[in-house]
Design a protein around this ligand. Structure first.
Ligand SMILES: [Zn+2]
Ligand SMILES: [Zn+2]
Length: 597
């Protein structure tokens, strides 16, 4: 649903109205609460409150019990009908009317200052009046009490500014019907089940240690296996398309990033510089681009060398605030499947098309078939971009032409460009229909300029190359976080960290289980043998909990006949097969990236 349609929809009015009634409930129970703002959002609405300070001078918060009481009161109020009355008030009257509400006063003063208003809009139902432009439903009863719910609370800053007051936000939602609310709550529960932090622990994929540091991911053996499998897939896809591997260090001289402009643009988001005794300064690398540029610049280049496609799984570091860190999706160190293509102006469009096609290939193979592209362009009003307007226009035109040629539909997003050039971002919807920004391709005329890059053209003259930055996965950490939730931890066979668990029925079958495991490993498969003293059913259950695709049960009869009894993680029983037949079918599924077992 696009934002324009949503803002005009009945659902939007319902949620906006629900926010008022929920705020009314909060005021009934916490008369001292000051009101901030309460807009509808994508999945519902929120309202921010200031509850004052506790005895330690810390902002007071809502407890789980408070939330339950607010939800109860909210629903009682929804059952009692009342009309929403719209009116307007002269600014002076409104300031008097809201004099106990400092946040409303500030909003009114800003409206006067920024928009020169003389009157402000008020919506009132019962005793509850709010500064508001609407629109609302005509009666509170239009928000059905069995289709609305208080969801959760979190901290928030007034106007999103961490230097301003800390407020308490309550999220809620409302739908047109009870059934819609039920479906939403089930999806929420499903998302909790699939949470990559929970599955990451259960499946032994990754760990975050307070001793190592926040936001720094420790890949456990199975997670590392998964990541290596994805990297191998990408390395092969890149080699097939003429990319060349490079490897660069994790730090670089501060001069490098001053030249690139990263130092200035990212200074707030970086770890502080490392200063050596002799005044040399280094930085953890926030981006791989400057290092790849130095490789381009390591020798004289001619048009015959172009396009030059340099690729690296390059680890970069950003200083995310600890409150922003979240599992694999917001971290302080991450690895980008990064590549920089140095091209002539004539090559730009074809190379861009090639990258779009690679990204399509990657997402489709991963089983993420629901994606679209967004073209991020510069905001002409903003001064955060480097480079002239003509250069930006050329970049945008090249991306549009490439996207059309590659049959990749896109929408345009003003202000979403990188600081050095326009970009095409890929938005992927997972099985729960949640949208993730994953791959990205960017055109850059600016860094080649800043570094004075050149190549000798066919005409014998010096020319400036254009750079394409691209990363289909984006961050490996974030991508794997999304994959874990997308597949609910049950990865396709080719991707699964452990593909087969051998289940010997008794200890005397362990040697045969090991022998079959050895044969499968020789074919490149990832196999474990469960040599524990557990009974067969327990071994199968354990493997299923680990979401291992195949369990091969072996007992006397299987051993005698050179066979295995094949079970699948979803409870399927494929019966007894010759080892050779199992190998053939498994290898077929692996080589075709099959998603079914
Ligand atoms: Zn309102
Ligand atoms: Zn780059």
């Amino acid at each position: 649903m696009s934002n324009d349609n949503y803002a005009e929809s009945e659902l939007y009015k319902i949620r906006h109205s629900a926010a008022h009634v929920m705020a009314e409930a909060v005021r009934d129970l916490f008369p001292e609460a000051k009101l901030a703002i309460g807009p509808p959002i994508e999945d519902g609405f929120y309202y921010d409150f200031d509850l004052g300070k506790d005895e330690n001078g810390k902002p007071r918060t809502f407890s789980e019990d408070d939330l339950a009481n607010i939800d109860k009161r909210f629903k009682q109020l929804l059952k009692k009908n009342a009309p929403f009355n719209q009116s307007s008030m002269k600014v002076a009257d409104a300031l008097e009317f809201f004099k106990e509400e400092p946040y409303k006063v500030e909003l009114i003063e800003d409206l006067v200052k920024n928009e020169g208003v003389e009157e402000v809009g008020i919506y009132q139902h019962r005793e509850f009046a709010d500064l508001c432009r609407g629109p609302h439903v005509p009666f509170t009863k239009k928000v059905r009490h069995n289709a609305a719910q208080v969801l959760r609370t979190s901290g928030a800053y007034w106007r999103g500014d961490e230097n301003r007051e800390q407020l308490q936000r309550i999220y809620g939602t409302a739908f047109e019907s009870k059934e819609d609310l039920q479906a939403f709550l089930e999806a929420l529960e499903e998302a909790k089940e699939r949470d990559h932090r929970r599955l990451g622990k259960q499946l032994g994929l990754f760990h975050i240690s307070a001793l190592v540091g926040s936001g720094l991911i420790l890949w456990l053996p199975k997670g590392a296996m998964l990541r290596e499998t994805l990297e191998q897939f990408m390395r092969k896809a890149q080699l097939d398309r003429g990319y060349l591997p490079v490897i660069t260090p994790h730090i670089g001289s501060i001069e490098l990033y001053k030249t690139s402009g990263h130092y200035e643009k990212y200074s707030k988001d970086q770890f502080p510089p490392i200063t050596l005794d002799d005044d040399e300064e280094y930085m953890l690398k926030p981006m791989n681009c400057p290092h790849h540029i130095a490789i381009y610049d390591a020798e004289p280049r001619s048009y015959r060398d172009l396009p030059l496609r340099l690729a690296e799984f390059g680890t970069v570091y950003r200083y995310e605030k600890s409150g922003q860190l979240n599992g694999l999706t917001r971290v302080r160190g991450f690895t980008v499947d990064d590549s920089h293509l140095f091209v002539t102006p004539d090559q730009l469009e074809d190379e861009f098309i090639g990258v779009i096609e690679l990204i399509k290939h990657v997402f489709t193979t991963m089983g993420m078939t629901d994606f679209e592209a967004r073209l991020g362009v510069n905001d002409p009003e903003s001064d955060k971009y480097i480079g002239g307007m003509d250069v930006w226009a050329r970049g945008i035109a090249a991306i549009e032409a490439a996207a059309k040629a590659a049959n990749m539909p896109y929408t345009i997003d003003v202000g979403e460009a990188a600081f050095y050039g326009p970009k095409l971002d890929f938005m992927v919807r997972d099985v729960l229909k949640r949208e993730w920004q994953l791959g990205t391709i960017q055109v850059d005329f600016n860094l080649p300029e800043r570094f004075g890059l050149e190549y000798t053209g066919e005409d014998g003259e010096k020319h400036r190359p254009i750079m394409i930055h691209r990363a289909p996965f984006g961050s490996m950490e974030r991508f794997i976080g999304v994959l874990i939730e997308h597949f609910n931890g049950a990865f396709p066979l080719w991707m699964a960290p452990v593909q087969v668990t051998m289940v010997p029925i008794a200890d005397r079958h362990i040697p045969y289980a090991e022998k079959v495991a050895g044969e499968l490993r020789a074919l490149g498969m990832r196999v474990e043998v469960d040599g524990s003293s557990d009974r067969m059913n327990k071994k199968i259950r354990n493997a299923q909990l680990q979401k291992i695709p195949y369990m091969l049960v072996v007992g006397d009869s299987e051993e005698e006949a050179g066979q295995v009894a094949v079970r699948t993680r979803d409870g399927g029983n494929l019966g007894t097969q010759d080892v050779a037949a199992f190998k053939l079918s498994a290898l077929e599924k692996i080589s075709t990236f099959a998603r079914d077992l």
